[in-house]
Design a protein around this ligand. Structure first.
Ligand SMILES: Nc1ncnc2c1ncn2[C@@H]1O[C@H](COP(=O)(O)OP(=O)(O)OP(=O)(O)O)[C@@H](O)[C@H]1O
Ligand SMILES: [Mg+2]
Length: 408
């Protein structure tokens, strides 16, 4: 087991800006007690001498202000990035009004992520964590993973009631309506939520939808659905995404064939930007094609010893099917600790991943959202749970869009 968890390492961040207030705001997002060393360079890239350039590459992350219209500065950044080794992440912060095209141009010169200046501290920290994690443990390409098509997020749970459906339904809303760190003003992503928890699935209840029998029709047809038939089985949610509800009657798990799932996912990947799957907890053969196509598996758990042990077993099982599968652990009903306890560090070691995503316990908000059949992020976006779920959507979409842009 690799015990060199990133949590115990010192991280270094260099802030490059001519503006003191920018450096001030960014450094406040990274509390020093969290093993972070901040260095500030009070100048532009254009003015940097060779020593300062070398210094930038000595850091894990360089965060800087970027104006895509400032040609000489963009040119200076491009020259610098052309000489970089793999280790350092470059994050640009730009005005909120920067167009998608200009943000993309910045990415094309090699900047790892382009973020709006309005991003909050939690969002910025999440992006930094993800980017450092991705650099330190480069993921293998999945042998059957998505290419230019939709990204498949698979949501699993370490125990019943862990919070998988809460995460899946809120993610569907967040991705469809554009997490705030993405440059998608006025543009919506096409999102479909598939409730594959065929025996106990209740995502329709979380979304105030009545199952119209689409999944049952697919299963009973007993042949691979064509595009037209498949689309007719989906239900459109008024909040801007489509849903395949779990069948209302309880049916045997084995009534779903792997080739049916395979065919279904391949058709949907051509139509949607994001496909979110609420997985059954049972291990069945038709889960394999889902895992093989997954861009990321989101495992919802708590950090009690039994759940951590079960999470470890599940991670091993999922990775047997897809060796390079990126796994994001979401700790539910717990606040992100300011300083990681011994227990949290041990959990990170056991799961061989950083615990980057935390959702606080908020029964009042969670319950009223379910009772009204509305996602928390839509109904109570300013609650602690709402904010944490928004940050989760932001982190996941930012991460996959970064991977996508690196591939193209
Ligand atoms: N952070 C939270 N704070 C308070 N309540 C929560 C939180 N997350 C989820 N819940 C509530 O816990 C219950 C179980 O959550 P959810 O249905 O999302 O879990 P699940 O893993 O999908 O469970 P199942 O085994 O039924 O599929 C729901 O009533 C939900 O509203
Ligand atoms: Mg569920």
């Amino acid at each position: 087991m690799d015990r060199s968890s990133t949590s115990t390492r010192q991280r270094s961040i260099m802030i490059v800006s001519e503006s003191d207030s920018f450096a001030d705001v960014i450094s406040k997002a990274f509390p020093t007690e969290e093993n972070t060393k901040i260095t500030t360079k009070n100048e532009s890239f254009k003015a940097m001498n060779g020593h300062a350039v070398d210094l930038a590459f000595d850091h894990d992350v360089v965060i800087f202000e970027a104006d895509p219209d400032n040609r000489t500065e963009v040119q200076a950044i491009e020259t610098l990035l052309a000489h970089r080794a793999d280790g350092t992440v470059f994050l640009a912060m730009t005005d909120n009004d920067v167009s998608i095209v200009k943000a993309r141009q910045l990415r094309e010169i090699g900047i790892d992520e382009v973020l709006p200046i309005s991003i909050d501290s939690d969002g910025l920290r999440a992006v930094v964590e993800e980017q450092i994690g991705a650099r330190r443990t480069p993921q293998k390409e999945f042998h059957d993973g998505p290419s230019a098509h939709g990204q498949l997020f698979v949501v699993g749970q370490s125990r019943g009631g862990a919070g998988a459906t809460t995460v899946a339904t809120n993610l569907a809303y967040s991705l469809a309506n554009g997490p705030k760190s993405l440059f998608r003003k006025g543009e919506q992503s096409r999102v479909v939520l598939l409730d594959f928890d065929i025996q106990f699935g209740n995502s329709n209840v979380f979304l105030d939808l009545e199952d119209k029998g689409g999944f049952l029709q697919i299963i009973e047809a007993n042949e691979e659905p064509d595009d037209h038939f498949l689309m007719s089985t989906l239900q459109t949610h008024p909040l801007g995404f489509d849903v395949l509800c779990a069948p209302t009657p309880v049916i045997p798990l084995q009534s779903v064939r792997p080739d049916l799932i395979e065919n279904m996912l391949d058709l949907l990947r051509d139509r949607y930007d994001y496909i979110i799957v609420d997985l059954p907890r049972a291990i069945v053969d038709w889960v394999e094609p889902v895992l093989k196509r997954a861009a990321s598996l989101i495992l919802v758990t708590d950090i009690s010893v039994p759940c951590v042990r079960q999470s470890r077993r599940l991670i091993d099982f999922y990775r047997e099917t897809n060796v390079g599968l990126p796994i994001e652990v979401v700790v539910n009903r717990d606040r992100r600790p300011l300083i990681k306890s011994e227990h949290v560090r041990e959990v990170e070691n056991v799961l061989e991943t950083r615990l980057n995503h935390w959702l606080p316990d908020n029964t009042k908000v969670a319950r009223s959202a379910v009772d009204l059949g509305r996602p928390v992020v839509e109904m109570k976006p300013k609650s602690d749970l709402g904010k944490a779920l928004i940050n989760l959507g932001t982190a996941l979409s930012t991460q996959t869009s970064a991977k996508k842009s690196k591939k193209t």
